[in-house]
Design a binder for this molecule. Structure first.
Ligand code: 3HC
Length: 318
């Protein structure tokens, strides 16, 4: 039940949102705002961490030492993004272990794109270019999200994602201008990753369960469909520059709208993947559980060290 004090705090909160002020961890916030942020931010963190798997799969098979160094660095960046985002989420009063439990029991989602396999080296190009490219389009708008720790984390993340996008596009340029087989590989990787990249923006606005509240609270600054269109408009000229065939025959410039038209996403596939039945969902969670279990000794050592330090400080005070 809302008290008089809560009602006053709610008014102040609403005004701060209108005034574009950031909400900080110790500020009063409506419970639904907190819950919605925990949901979105933790799913974002999980996506960064699970996203290390499909690319990590190619580190040992990168074609040159230079490619290997770049890919290794990119995958490490993604791990770092996950860590900032988990820390930012914890500032909302939930523990890391609870967040991991929600992921591993299938309650919390992560980006659907990472449930597809990476079949050839060209997937490293297509993922960097399309997946990180789509992630940036979404995350640039999140730099202005209303929750301070999330907005600040996004600034560094966007800078790194932009390097990821460039390295992916560079791989694609080399393949697209290489031998017939390399060009075919680039085309195939783009075709396979195109639709899942468009799905990254979520369902149509009319079907988006959380957009209403998230837009009102300025957690989300631009809608799923708006951002998806922005991504399509910026990517089609890049496909042309690569000299590849369009992955969707319906991609056509629409003079009246001032945007590219495109075909419809297979939403049945989208819902299957986000509900756990994509090609690699089982494998991704299985690997995460194993890695988490293998790392238990690190957490035990950290806890033991912290307990020792606390006991030492208490002795010093006494
Ligand atoms: N994959 C998985 N789940 C998705 C999804 C996707 N592509 N798109 C939507 N969903 C889920 C939502 O999480 C929600 O599920 P829930 O109720 O169980 O939480 C449901 O589908 C309904 O969708 P909504 O549109 O109502 O959800 P949102 O308002 O949260 O919008 C979003 C979805 C646009 C993805 C939004 O959450 C968002 O902007 N998130 C932050 C960005 C993010 O998570 N990016 C991950 C990209 S991967 C990445 O950055 C890694 C890098 O290496 C590329």
């Amino acid at each position: 039940m809302q008290t008089v004090n809560d009602a006053e705090e709610q008014l102040k909160f609403d005004q701060r949102i209108i005034d574009e002020q950031k909400i900080e961890p110790t500020d009063w916030m409506p419970d639904d705002y907190r819950k919605n942020l925990i949901r979105q931010m933790s799913q974002h963190a999980h996506s960064e961490v699970i996203g290390m798997q499909p690319e990590g799969n190619w580190i040992t098979r990168a074609p040159t030492l230079r490619r290997k160094a770049v890919l290794l660095s990119k995958v490490q960046d993604e791990g770092g993004h996950g860590l900032y985002l988990y820390s930012a989420t914890e500032s909302l009063g939930i523990t890391r272990s609870k967040l991991i439990e929600l992921l591993q029991t299938g309650v919390a989602k992560y980006a659907s794109i990472f449930n597809y396999p990476t079949l050839t080296w060209a997937d490293m190009g297509a993922i960097g270019w399309l997946v990180d490219g789509a992630a940036i389009v979404n995350q640039i708008s999140l730099q202005r999200t209303s929750y301070g720790p999330y907005a600040r984390a996004m600034i560094r993340i966007c800078k790194e994602e932009s390097f990821h996008q460039r390295q992916g596009y560079e791989i694609m340029t080399v393949l697209a201008k290489g031998s017939v087989e390399q060009k075919e590989m680039a085309q195939d990787a783009m075709n396979r990753n195109w639709w899942p990249s468009l799905m990254m923006f979520g369902p149509h606005d009319s079907d988006s369960a959380h957009s209403g509240k998230s837009m009102k609270w300025k957690i989300k600054r631009q809608s799923n469909d708006y951002l998806r269109q922005k991504f399509i408009d910026q990517t089609v000229p890049q496909i042309e520059a690569l000299g590849l065939e369009m992955p969707d025959p319906e991609l056509k410039w629409n003079e009246d709208r001032g945007h590219y038209d495109s075909g419809e996403i297979n939403w049945e596939e989208f819902y299957q993947v986000i509900n756990g039945s994509g090609p690699c969902n089982y494998q991704r969670l299985k690997h995460h559980k194993k890695a988490h279990k293998d790392g238990e000794w690190v957490r035990t050592a950290v806890r033991a060290y912290q307990e020792k330090q606390t006991a030492k400080n208490q002795t010093n005070v006494a």
